[in-house]
Design a protein around this ligand. Structure first.
Ligand code: TRP
Ligand code: ZN
Length: 875
């Protein structure tokens, strides 16, 4: 019953899908929560799905089977077959009831899947395949049923006993325990089942839908954290209103509960009527949470709420269709954030995720389409590809159809499939039928992996007054798929004249300075009529998740950056300018940056019309991860050197301007609104660049900001800036002060762990070892592990990639340890090791030798097995 590793490492294939042999009318569960084992009784009415003689195969793991009854008659061991992870039974009738009693051990469940304890509270996580750790069941999303849940426990210890749907009864049993019963009227797959039992502080509120339903809103947090629950509650109400407004979708139960738990593998989970959240994604007040935390909470609360329609009411037929709910729901949460906040800054973040993480996934051993074709461990496919590229695919659909037709498509999708488990094809069909637009080629985005490269050449013919754009597309072969086809790629372009004015060009009778080029073939030439030579920006607003291969001249970039009317695209073009020169600097250590860069920055900094939050992004030098995408094989040291040189170049040349902008935007007193967030972002971006100078004056400024700060955004920004200073005494003092102040508040201490983990410090490994001994550190808590080890491996480029290989060795050691505690977290943590192909041969060899050692582990989880076996060289 411990976390023994099940060694079935066979892949499952999308093409092998078969309908479930039996369906379920109702599922009735009884949980007896004692301090030791939990007894689960499942009473399930099955009926045959079509004509066949197939057996009923139930999934079940990590539990002890106590008894099985068929229509209330006890079965004996010859009546069924019990194997390591299945229970097989061949019924003689078409309709029957099974009563299965089994025992599970939540107290020793460190995997955080199934039923487990988080700081003394029971909670469940069933997606993707955790329900099979609770009882024997057909654990697949296309088996839907209503659920009735009885929870029996001591209410003195567990005052709140929660499950999905409505509470229909509560009474005291003869033995003094309390039994609470919940009923969920909506049919759902078992991955949406949830149970929580514990003692919490409760924030209540209510919301009346536009359909007139009064919904009780209940937010449960750890005792003493009520003051950190308000922002999440306000976010929930905003999400409910937004979904009515923009998607015409209203909530469908009389109660909506959110429980925040400390031990959680991911961000949050959309269980019907009872979301379970990582406390990190709920709790916030100005003292302890940054602006980024506030915004991320709002978007995650929105995300889980939006799943109620896209995921729960309409769910997935099988797990290969995961992007059906995740890509669509990410798109919805993105639009929610964009409608409420800065569209440009949100788009910048989305583009960064794609370029820094998703492109890397596509270029690595785990490459897969947004609808994967084969899977060993489903938990490994909750990826940036399925989620974020999935959302980009929906975004392209949205831009091809336009808002109105897209919303008609959504309505048709829900009308057709409410209460069903469906496929990505069903979704695209609804969009096609509602819009009348042929999406047959577009559908390739679901089945083709890899990042397309779009090469552009332009030619202006003055004599004929035409401007030609010649486009070639190609998707390089990926680890999973050698052959690629031409995709339907929408490429947004804008034309300007050399003096920066919008310039209208004509294509197919349509005249505008902004056009969408629909690329559908491998090679295609688009001929525009024009009166004079335009300057053109391509792939505006990141209109497709592709790499653009177009050589902009420096002066064209400069003109476009000033002329562009899209704030996102200004940022994008500035990135292009940085990257072009960073590349030159990587190749040639003597190279210096052109004054053009600082001249442009100075001009942008003085433009008061610009979105300050966007300007803050413009001031950030492209990250190591985004630069990697521009090299076949990266010279790690040269890239880091070039990045540092660029940041220093900006700091030295714009010291006065940056200091001025800092002073103009720094506020002593905290406020929370869009303008104040943007000002903090801009001031702190200036501080971060100025820290490169490491002068006494800057040091004093950083220390002063730390001391004056009344909010976590400014506190953390000064900590990160201090980490860059050469003289370490200020940094040490700040860190010690923070430790004194926040010790015992682990969620806040995560920021402290992360600041240390990211510091470019040659003693980093000693530091990490020491931090692992800190009273707030805990290997069993994924948030702690991610804050310390994850931040080191993902963001401390110079130290993680240290030539000696010591960074890789450290991570491998951690993964070995996590393999037996929590396979899901271990497998997520291994990403920076398996994406080694972009590194130099020396570093590749160091990593491969660590991966080989991990592969030898006698109890390697399926999760790690899948990733490691795909990443080891085949020879
Ligand atoms: N469905 C969740 C979401 O909103 C993802 C999720 C939460 C999850 N917890 C998980 C996935 C555990 C796998 C395992 O995106
Ligand atoms: Zn989701």
């Amino acid at each position: 019953m411990s976390n023994t590793i099940i060694n079935s490492t066979k892949a499952q294939y999308l093409k092998d899908y078969q309908v479930p042999p039996f369906l379920v009318r109702n599922t009735e569960l009884t949980f007896e929560l004692n301090s030791g084992f939990t007894q689960v009784t499942a009473v399930v009415q099955y009926y045959k799905n079509g004509e066949h003689n197939l057996p009923l195969v139930l999934n079940g793991e990590h539990q002890k089977l106590i008894s099985i009854q068929l229509n209330q008659q006890l079965l004996n061991e010859n009546d069924y077959e019990l194997e390591e992870d299945t229970l097989t039974f061949t019924p003689q009738v078409d309709e029957f009831e099974l009563t299965i009693i089994s025992q599970i051990d939540p107290a020793n469940n460190t995997s955080l899947e199934g039923l487990y304890l988080s700081e003394g509270a029971y909670c469940t996580q069933c997606e993707a395949q955790g329900f099979r750790r609770i009882t024997y069941f057909q654990d697949r999303p296309d088996v839907l049923s209503t659920f009735t849940t009885h929870i029996i426990a001591d209410v003195k210890q567990y005052p709140y006993l929660l499950s999905n749907g409505n509470k229909i009864s509560e009474h005291t049993l003869d033995n003094g325990l309390t039994q609470v019963t919940w009923q969920d009227p909506y049919k759902k797959p078992c991955y949406l089942f949830a149970l929580v039992a514990g003692d919490f502080d409760l924030l209540t509120d209510s919301y009346t839908t536009n359909t007139g339903r009064k919904v009780a809103l209940e937010l449960f947090v750890d005792k003493g954290n009520l003051h950190r629950a308000e922002h999440a509650m306000a976010s929930l109400k905003r999400a409910m209103a937004w979904d009515e407004e923009r998607f015409s979708l209203a909530y469908d139960l009389d109660i909506y509960m959110i429980v925040a738990v400390d031990f959680f593998n991911m961000g949050a989970m959309e269980n019907k009527g009872l979301n379970v959240f990582n406390s990190k994604c709920v709790l916030a007040d100005s003292q302890s949470a940054t602006d980024a935390d506030y915004l991320s909470i709002e978007s995650i609360v929105g995300h889980e709420y939006f799943h109620n329609w896209t995921g729960n009411r309409v769910t997935c037929r099988d797990w290969f269709q995961l992007s059906l709910k995740e890509g669509l729901t990410v798109f919805r949460d993105q639009e929610f954030s964009m409608d409420l906040g800065s569209r440009a800054v949100n788009r910048i973040q989305q583009a960064k995720i794609m370029r820094e993480h998703q492109f890397a996934e596509d270029a690595g051993p785990m490459s897969h389409p947004i609808r994967p074709e084969s899977v060993i461990e489903m938990n490994n496919f909750y990826t940036v590809t399925v989620y974020d590229k999935g959302a980009e695919v929906i975004r392209m659909l949205h831009s091809i159809l336009g808002e109105e037709k897209f919303q008609q498509g959504m309505q048709l999708y829900i009308e057709r499939h409410d209460g069903q488990a469906v496929t990505c094809d069903d979704f695209v069909s609804a969009m096609q039928d509602a819009s009348g637009i042929d999406l047959s080629q577009f559908k390739l985005w679901y089945s083709q992996s890899g990042t397309p490269i779009v090469n552009i050449e332009t030619h202006y013919n003055e004599a004929q007054s035409i401007y030609q754009i010649k486009i070639t597309q190609g998707t390089p072969a990926t680890a999973d798929q050698p052959e690629k086809q031409a995709l339907h790629i929408p490429i947004n372009v804008a034309f300007y004249s050399e003096d920066g004015e919008p310039l209208a060009l004509t294509l197919d009778g349509h005249t505008s300075n902004e056009q969408v080029i629909n690329l559908t073939q491998t090679n295609q030439t688009f001929t525009f009529d024009c009166s004079k030579q335009p300057i053109v920006s391509f792939l505006r607003d990141f209109s497709a998740p592709v790499k653009l291969d177009y050589q902009y001249a420096d002066d064209t970039l400069a003109q476009l950056i000033l002329a562009e009317t899209s704030a996102y695209t200004k940022w994008e073009l500035m990135q292009t300018l940085y990257i072009q020169h960073l590349k030159l600097n990587v190749e040639n250590a003597e190279y210096v940056y052109p004054t053009l860069i600082t001249e442009l920055l100075a001009e942008l900094l003085s433009d008061t019309r610009l979105d300050k939050a966007m300007l803050a992004e413009v001031l950030k030098v492209p990250s190591f991860a985004s630069l990697l995408e521009h090299f076949e094989q990266a010279d790690v040291d040269a890239i880091l050197r070039a990045q540092n040189a660029l940041a220093l170049h900006i700091a030295e040349n714009l010291k006065t301007e940056l200091t001025q902008v800092y002073q103009n935007n720094y506020r002593q007193t905290y406020q929370y609104n869009g303008e104040a967030i943007a000002e903090r972002a801009l001031a702190n971006a200036c501080l971060s660049i100025l820290a490169e100078l490491a002068t006494d004056q800057i040091q004093a400024l950083i220390v002063e900001q730390y001391q004056q700060s009344d909010n976590m955004t400014n506190t953390l920004a000064s900590m990160s800036a201090a980490a860059k200073l050469k003289a370490q005494s200020s940094f040490s003092q700040i860190m010690e002060d923070f430790n004194q102040k926040w010790q015992g508040d682990a969620l806040v201490m995560d920021k402290w762990f992360a600041t240390f983990a990211k510091q470019d410090n040659d003693d980093i490994l000693t530091r990490l070892d020491q931090l692992q001994q800190h009273p707030d550190f805990n290997w069993n808590n994924p948030n702690r592990v991610r804050a310390l080890v994850g931040q080191f491996a993902m963001f401390n480029y110079p130290q993680f990639h240290h030539k000696s290989g010591r960074g890789y060795q450290y991570l491998a050691k951690v993964i070995k340890r996590l393999n037996s505690i929590n396979p899901q977290v271990a497998a997520r943590m291994i990403t920076p090791l398996i994406q080694y192909k972009k590194l130099d041969q020396h570093r590749q060899n160091l990593i491969i030798s660590e991966l080989k050692k991990l592969a030898e582990l006698p109890t390697l989880s399926k999760d790690l097995f899948e990733k490691i076996s795909k990443s080891l060289p085949t020879s």
